[in-house]
Design a protein around this ligand. Structure first.
Ligand SMILES: [Zn+2]
Ligand SMILES: [Zn+2]
Length: 246
């Protein structure tokens, strides 16, 4: 098993060169406090340390839990084991990460995607997460994509420095905005929302999204991927909410 090393050092040379050229022309400032940035992130060391890192959580769905050891499962995963093996989430969905995600999604702030994607890449790299066969950003429906102009999951995934395979799955129908629905309604809303277009699904798949709330989207997509032949599905998100309503 190859450990993931998806940090900026492994990105193609042309991007590294562009990053260096950009940094030389415009020295980076912390996005949150405007102090000089550190380590190639648009963030200073102090602000990075104060981010809402997700320390204690369910082993499977990453739901924040108090004093959870490495092996603890939440009640929801015990009652109804999800079709994905593991959620990887560096942050709790709270300030200032929630603001960065909203700026990306609703304000088309692609610099927020770069920062969150780099933080996710560093997190996966530090944890030596195994490289999956393919990485799939959660697809948007074509109509949603044309309204927003970009797919936030794809923008995050681009920063991971691993090959992406967005073409393996498509959104087969439009769904109501999940943010307006409760747990059961979210599940029903997502049923049949995805269709696998690949003839053969690789064994180990990672799905990338911005945030995991009830897990309805991740659960439905993982279910479809497993049915198509994937043996292991991980969900990689920037942030995990406290919600427990699956
Ligand atoms: Zn700062
Ligand atoms: Zn759980």
């Amino acid at each position: 098993m190859t450990a993931l090393s998806v940090n900026r050092r492994t990105r193609p040379w042309v991007y590294r060169w562009l990053d260096r050229a950009h940094t030389a022309l415009y020295p980076m400032r912390c996005r949150l406090c405007a102090s000089p940035a550190s380590a190639g992130l648009e963030l200073c060391r102090n602000c990075a340390a104060e981010l809402p890192w997700l320390h204690s959580h369910c082993r499977q769905c990453a739901l924040p839990l108090v004093n959870a050891g490495e092996e603890r499962l939440c009640g929801s995963c015990l009652r109804r084991p999800p079709p994905f093996q593991r959620v990887r989430a560096p942050f709790r969905y709270s300030h200032p990460v929630d603001g960065l995600i909203k700026a990306l999604k609703y304000g088309a702030d692609l610099a927020a995607a770069r920062l969150l994607g780099d933080l996710l890449a560093d997190y996966l790299s530090r944890r030596q997460v195994a490289v999956p066969d393919v990485v799939i950003p959660v697809p948007l429906h074509p109509r949603g994509l044309s309204q927003r102009g970009f797919n936030q999951a794809l923008e995050l995934a681009r920063r991971l420095g691993v090959p992406l395979a967005p073409q393996l799955v498509r959104r087969s129908r439009e769904t109501a905005a999940q943010s307006r629905l409760g747990g059961r309604a979210r599940r029903n809303n997502m049923l049949g929302a995805f269709q696998v277009t690949a003839r053969r699904m690789p064994a180990h798949v990672a799905v990338v999204d911005d945030v995991l709330t009830t897990g309805a989207t991740a659960t439905e997509l993982a279910r479809v991927l497993r049915r198509a032949g994937a043996e292991r599905v991980e969900i990689w998100v920037a942030a995990r909410t406290h919600q427990l309503d699956r």
